[in-house]
Each structure stands twice: as structure tokens, then as C-alpha cells.
Design a protein around this ligand. Sequence first.
Ligand code: NAP
Length: 237
Amino acid sequence: MKTCIITGASQGIGRATAIRLSEEPDIGGFALIARSAERLDETIALMNGAGKTIRAYPFDLSELRQIEGLVKSIHDDFGPIDMLLNIAGYAEPCSLWDTTIENLETTFTVNVLSTFVMTRECVRYMRDRPAKILNVASTAGTTSRPGWLAYASSKAAVISLSNTLADELAEYGIKVYSISPGRCATELRQKLAPEEDPSTIMQPGQVAGVIADLMSDNESCLDGQNIIVRQSPHLQR
Ligand SMILES: NC(=O)c1ccc[n+]([C@@H]2O[C@H](COP(=O)([O-])OP(=O)(O)OC[C@H]3O[C@@H](n4cnc5c(N)ncnc54)[C@H](OP(=O)(O)O)[C@@H]3O)[C@@H](O)[C@H]2O)c1
């Protein structure tokens, strides 16, 4: 039975992914990470827990130096790690003039640096098994988003990091995926586009379905690419 770590599992795409993957018979262990213990427990209540071990690890991923201990405790609880899904993300959309150092630091720390450190620490417990890592970037990482400077550039970094890691970790048999969702109805999206009607855009369960496909043993050809996930190019960017 496989063990899967999911960051950002307290809501949105991360929660939908935890719920969707809990239907997979070959995944027996889930370690769910986000700051809100209460909302992680809500996610667990929505998952199919039959025959599974599911644990919440309430944790602030901006505490980069504590990540080593977090991953070690997950390994102590579950043993080797088979999947790491870096889904947690942060956005505080601002124009250039309004972008503070604090905004830049938080955005890059949560979106890029924590992905980097989570990956490094998990790979210690993945080597020499057919493990998979998936990073959630964004279509904002490859096309212009005036007013979202910090967020968009952080997602470009996630795409770059994923491409390099896919090549670097191939020697261990570890596959690295990067997906770039378009507009998806979550709290983060509401911050980016407050006027939008969430019922008109992609839902978190649809992104979770794509992630489940990529995590399946049948998928072996899409790693090392930036995979765009959106309903239709005519409806979304
Ligand atoms: N929604 C979209 O349109 C869209 C499009 C492209 C890409 N994405 C990406 O998809 C991913 C998921 O976002 P979402 O749309 O599902 O947004 P969301 O509903 O706001 O979820 C964000 C998740 O990240 C966690 N998180 C944020 N800061 C954290 C921190 N410091 N430490 C630990 N966890 C933290 C949150 O948990 P806590 O608050 O409990 O910590 C929450 O679970 C993000 O990487 C986002 O950039 C979203």
C-alpha cells in the first residue's frame, strides 16, 4: 500500500484531491498538511477512510527550517513515501507599486521555497522506489498577469523547478509532474478575481481527477512537462 503526502489539504484543490485519492485502493496512507487543524479534520471526515490510515499534520509551510522534522515524523509514522503532492499556495495580488517585500517573501516562501524543501526532504525517503511528485503551478506562470506580479512569477519558478527536478530525479526512478490549472473555484481564486461567479469556472474536483490520473501506475509519459488543466481555451486562460 502506498503513502501519499498532500499539502494544502485543508480546502480547495488539495481537499478535493485528498477526497478523490482516498477512493484509490492502492493508496493506504495519507499525511495531510495545512495550517488549519480544524479544516484538515473536515477533509478527513469527507475522505473514504475504509482500510486507510489518514493523519493530519497542522503545519505552517513558511517555517522552512522545520520541514525536515515534519517529514521525518511522517516517515516515522508511515515508512517510505510514494507520492508528494505540493498543492498549498498563497496569493496576494498587487500591482508593482503596491507589492511589498513581505508580500514577495510570503508568496515565494509558500509557493516556491516550501515546495523545494518538501521535495528535498521527501526524496530522502523515496529513493529507489517508483515514487511520484506533483507540483501545482498555474497558467499565470506562463502568461502575463498584470497586477499579480508576485504570484505569477512564483508559479513560473514552480514550473522551472519541476522541469529540472524531473531530470535530476530520474536516476532514482522518481517522476516529477507540474500541472498548471486555469481558473478554478476556490478561496484563492476569489482573492484573484473577486467579481467572478465561481459556478461558471472549473471546480476543484475536476483538477483532482487529473491529479488522480497522473498518480496512477498507468501514467508514465507526462512527467517533466507543464500540463495545462482547464475546461476550454475559449472559456479560460
Ligand atoms: N484556484 C485557482 O484558480 C488556481 C489556478 C491555478 C493554480 N492554483 C494553485 O492551486 C493550489 C491550491 O490552491 P486553491 O486554489 O485550492 O486555494 P485555496 O482553497 O485557498 O487553498 C490553499 C491551500 O494552501 C494552504 N496553505 C496556504 N498557506 C499555507 C502555509 N503557509 N502553510 C501550509 N499550508 C498553507 C491552505 O491551508 P491553510 O490556510 O489551512 O494553511 C489551503 O489548504 C495553489 O498552489 C494555487 O496557487 C489555483
